[in-house]
Design a protein around this ligand. Structure first.
Ligand SMILES: *Cc1c(COP(=O)(O)O)cnc(C)c1O
Length: 450
């Protein structure tokens, strides 16, 4: 069957995520994918697309990666899944051991869930419940940064701050304390990222000083606010935040669902600030982009506050049916195995430099306000007016023009509003990076035309 047939059948029965379905009838035709290999996706008529966004930031080592494929096949013939309540299995144990080993020091316990938003729910509930078990029942609030994103379930949505996703549901959401972001897009001309992020910390410090007795935790996306437009900040902010959380008796939740596993130039973004959070949320790249899986790593201190005789009712009774799925754990083990057997971080440094080189000329474009990069994440922010940084009205959907042009040229970019970004799998070549950048450049030229 050809593309058209699949699109027609799809639109009869399927409702797609993050989409105005009407768009798919004209503006944004659906692309049916038949197969994938490496950074390439292929449709039913043989047209290929370079997956420059790692299929929503999940894929690390390419589609149909032979190592991960084999690991899943082996597991499939042994055990596909088993209830993790009261039971355990090899892959779940090995993966928990491995995560404890490779994550920042002090994170010694691993709690599984089956997607990123659920991991956030787990961390929020665990933090609240920890304080409750200690008798600190007045701690019921969370501090979050402006422009942050932590997922779409109600708890995760509440601690996020992207209006497009959140506003409609505001009446359903718990109240949070929102603090200005260290996002360096807003730094003064000539001010370094470090200076700006440090300056911004004053707001956080003040908020902690004022509200600490009601606050369970501060939740952040370390270094890059991804869904919020790939906005970036300096690790100094995280170092200061860790200290302040200790000082004020508040947990720190690091949401590394998007930035974990080598995206920022280190295995975990927290490493760049030399900190360990109280909760580390992982998903997306955790399984190499193969299967839904997430994990929340936490400390012995947190674990011990729940550990008691059953009758005292202090246990953490949260669960998801597919928690610790064996196939997903095996995919994750194979993914981490690749990090341990190959110099992925070193190779990414080379690729990141190639990405920087490929977009050198973008900086001077009259409609580019900023080109920013953290490791394997590169973002180009389009504006109507470069000197005032006046944004294009969102109704004009300039990014969509880039999306459509890129697809016509065989590259999958999926701009966030007016922010074009690259977040490719780590198996991309320098030649493919050049293609990705060239197509983005052409797309920008088209998008800024009136
Ligand atoms: C994607 C994402 C989530 C949510 O993960 P899902 O698996 O989509 O629910 C949470 N936090 C961050 C930072 C993310 O990028």
């Amino acid at each position: 069957m050809n593309n058209q047939t699949w699109v027609r059948r799809d639109l009869e029965v399927l409702w797609h995520p993050c989409s105005q379905m009407k768009d798919h009838e004209a503006n944004m035709p659906l692309i049916p994918i038949k197969s994938g290999r490496g950074v390439w996706l292929e449709d039913f008529e043989g047209k290929r697309y370079l997956d420059a966004i790692s299929s929503w930031w999940v894929n690390l080592f390419g589609h149909a990666n032979p190592i991960i494929n084999q690991a899943i096949k082996d597991q499939l013939d042994t055990l596909e899944h088993v209830i993790l309540g009261g039971f355990t299995h090899e892959a779940a144990v090995l993966l928990a051991e491995k995560l404890v080993e490779i994550t920042p020091p002090g994170l010694n316990k691993c709690f599984y869930a089956d997607n990123g938003s659920s991991a956030i729910e787990v961390a929020l509930k665990m933090s609240f419940h920890f304080w409750r078990n200690l008798g600190k029942t007045q701690k019921t609030k969370f501090i979050t940064l402006e422009n942050s994103y932590h997922g779409e379930t109600l708890g995760a949505l509440a601690v996020g701050d992207v209006a497009l996703y959140k506003e409609t549901y505001a009446p359903l959401l718990m109240e949070v304390i929102t603090v200005p972001s260290p996002d360096c897009y807003h730094s003064e001309a000539g001010e370094s990222w470090e200076a700006y992020s440090i300056r911004r910390f004053a707001d956080m410090k003040q908020t902690l000083a004022r509200h600490a007795d009601q606050v369970c935790a501060v939740i952040v996306e370390p270094l890059v606010q991804c869904a919020g437009g790939m906005r970036m900040y300096h690790p100094a902010y995280l170092t200061m935040l860790r200290e302040a959380c200790n000082q004020y008796g508040v947990h720190l939740i690091a949401d590394e669902i998007a930035v974990g596993f080598g995206r920022t130039g280190t295995l975990f973004a927290c490493e760049q600030a030399s900190i360990s959070p109280d909760f580390l949320c992982l998903s997306k790249g955790l399984s190499g982009g193969y299967l839904p899986l997430s994990a929340v790593l936490t400390t012995d201190t947190v674990y011990r506050a729940f550990y008691d005789d059953y009758q005292n009712l202090t246990a953490f009774l949260h669960s998801h049916s597919y928690t610790g799925n064996a196939l997903a754990c095996r995919a994750a083990l194979a993914t981490i195995g690749i990090f341990q057997e190959q110099d992925v971080i070193g190779n990414n440094r080379r690729l990141a430099a190639a990405m920087a080189k490929a977009v050198e000329r973008f900086q001077d474009h009259p409609n580019v306000a900023e080109v920013r990069q953290t490791g394997m994440m590169m973002a180009i922010e389009l504006v109507k007016n470069k000197s005032t940084r006046e944004a294009y009205p969102w109704q004009q959907r300039r990014g969509l023009k880039v999306y459509r042009h890129a697809l016509s040229q065989g590259v999958l970019l999926r701009p966030l509003g007016n922010v074009i970004y690259f977040m490719p799998p780590y198996v991309i070549t320098e030649k493919e990076i050049e293609l990705m950048a060239e197509v983005a450049w052409q797309g920008i030229q088209l998008a800024v035309r009136d």
